[in-house]
Design a protein. Structure first.
Length: 184
């Protein structure tokens, strides 16, 4: 990256901030026939790790159980439309979805959700969250494996490919987007 571009630490900070401030993600899953499905989901973030809540009777639960490879996108689209285009930023993540079965991690996902979504205090949605084999509600942890960060605050159409540590908690490298033409 050039001197005018953010370093890896700054990119990670910007993505972490986006994941904590934006409320919705579009989650892509794959069905048993290989066809994609997309759902609008609330996202609660613990750094670069995302948590998503669903119910066991939903198709996305069955699809993530069958194939844990998922993708999601979170975007900041400023008010004002085209005039605010210099503030647009988004992250596209490819990752692994893991059903959360540890009670402490489930509670962590609930806590993060309440921190991120103040409106949850007015609902009883998480009043009785149980382990997956005891109830209908489930949380999935999405661990990033690859990604793409676009940040128009750097310059219009600026983007980089992201590489993550094995545990998904750290960005280990950024590769210029123009390298996609060379690598396919």
């Amino acid at each position: 990256m050039s001197r005018d571009e953010p370093d890896v630490a700054a990119v990670q900070d910007a993505i972490t901030d986006l994941l904590r401030t934006e409320e919705l993600a579009a989650l892509a899953t794959v069905d048993a026939d290989g066809a994609p499905s997309t759902s609008a989901m609330h996202i609660a973030a613990d750094g670069l790790i995302a948590y998503m809540h669903t119910f066991q009777f939903n198709r996305k639960h069955a699809q993530m159980q069958h194939n844990p490879n998922v993708g999601y996108v979170v975007s900041h689209l400023p008010p004002g439309g085209f005039a605010g285009r210099g503030e647009i930023r988004s992250v596209q993540i490819q990752g692994r979805a893991t059903l959360v079965t540890d009670p402490a991690e489930i509670q962590r996902a609930v806590t993060l959700s309440f921190e991120q979504f103040p409106w949850l205090a007015d609902l009883s949605l998480y009043d009785n969250v149980k382990l997956p084999d005891e109830g209908q509600q489930v949380f999935y942890r999405i661990t990033p494996t690859r990604g793409l960060w676009a940040d128009h605050r750097v310059r219009q159409l600026w983007r980089v490919f992201l590489e993550f540590s094995d545990d998904g908690r750290t960005i280990t490298g950024c590769r210029p987007y123009h390298s996609a033409r060379r690598t396919g």
